[in-house]
Design a binder for this molecule. Structure first.
Ligand code: GLN
Length: 286
């Protein structure tokens, strides 16, 4: 039996508490949370399981376990998470970036690299940038690219700017407060967005980890979930460069509707990708 004042004792306490509370990934969450708080890698947790944890550190872990039991996601408690090759700070105004959104970045990269080869550079616009996850990962992968991140929330833009600084790409990143294209000038080679796309009446049925901790403005897509796509489609023609690409994350059942909206505005679907759960998740238009 591991003592409570050791690394493994705390991991065990967390795992058992989470399991008893019915949280889905009790063991993984326990290791992530304790490791993140104590600055230990997952390997170090296993290797150093007998190491004593000082009273103050143990108290921090216990307090964090209490927060997780109230459904706060592990990475919100830690205040940051990995996305693509980046470490990103989170704030109450930003959606927690999801691994599924990395698939959108994967799909954009070959197109972005082709544009850079032909033009020597590329301008990316990330609408509703949140933490900056999409724009900043594209910048990290493509040193010749520049990106503008927009958001209606100034708090989100401050987080995105901080993340650009922390990840060494701030010289190529700028932010503008704007509702979709309202305050955006100019044309961009790639327009990308992971907009709010949850139907308003569905939000109350979401898991508390999402509903109570991700910002509503990043989730609520209006009565049919498609409000943001209509606004983005309407402004894209005047803001997309010749041969430019529009890349969007979508809800699992929105492929046909979003394709229709963009077709009406003169764009055709060139690529669609599914997420790790097999759901339609990313659409690319020209
Ligand atoms: N993918 C998020 C979720 O499952 C929703 C993000 C969004 O609306 N853009 O909760």
């Amino acid at each position: 039996m591991d003592r409570p004042g050791t690394v493994m004792g705390l991991v065990e306490h967390a795992r058992q508490s989470f399991g008893q509370a019915g949280l889905a990934n009790a063991a993984a969450d326990a290791r992530l949370l304790v490791g993140g708080l104590l600055g230990l890698s997952q390997g170090q947790i296993v290797a150093g399981h007998d190491a004593a944890v000082a009273g103050e550190d143990a108290q921090r872990v216990i307090a964090a376990i209490e927060r997780r039991l109230r459904h706060e996601p592990v990475h919100r408690i830690l205040g940051h998470r990995t996305f693509y090759d980046l470490d990103l700070r989170l704030s109450p105004a930003t959606l927690e970036p999801r691994p599924d959104t990395e698939i959108l970045v994967d799909r954009i990269l070959p197109h972005l690299k082709a544009i850079i080869v032909s033009k020597g550079g590329a301008q990316v616009l990330d609408l509703g940038t949140g933490t900056g996850a999409i724009a900043l990962s594209l910048l990290k992968e493509c040193p010749e690219a520049r990106a503008m991140g927009t958001d209606i929330s100034t708090e989100a833009l401050a987080t995105a700017q901080q993340n650009a600084d922390l990840n060494g790409v701030s010289d190529r990143f700028s932010t503008v407060q704007s509702r979709w294209f309202d305050d955006i000038d100019g044309r961009f080679d790639i327009i990308v967005s992971n907009p709010p796309y949850i139907r308003a009446d569905v939000i109350k049925t979401l898991a508390p980890d999402v509903r109570d901790f991700d910002p509503l403005a990043a989730l609520d897509g209006g009565p049919d979930g498609l409000d943001a796509y209509r606004a983005i489609a309407a402004g894209t023609k005047t803001h997309l460069a010749a041969d430019g690409l529009v890349a969007l994350e979508i809800g699992f059942d929105q492929k046909a509707d979003v394709s229709d909206i963009f077709r009406t505005h003169g764009f055709s679907l060139v690529e669609a990708a599914r997420d790790y759960g097999g759901n339609d998740r990313a659409l690319l238009f020209r």
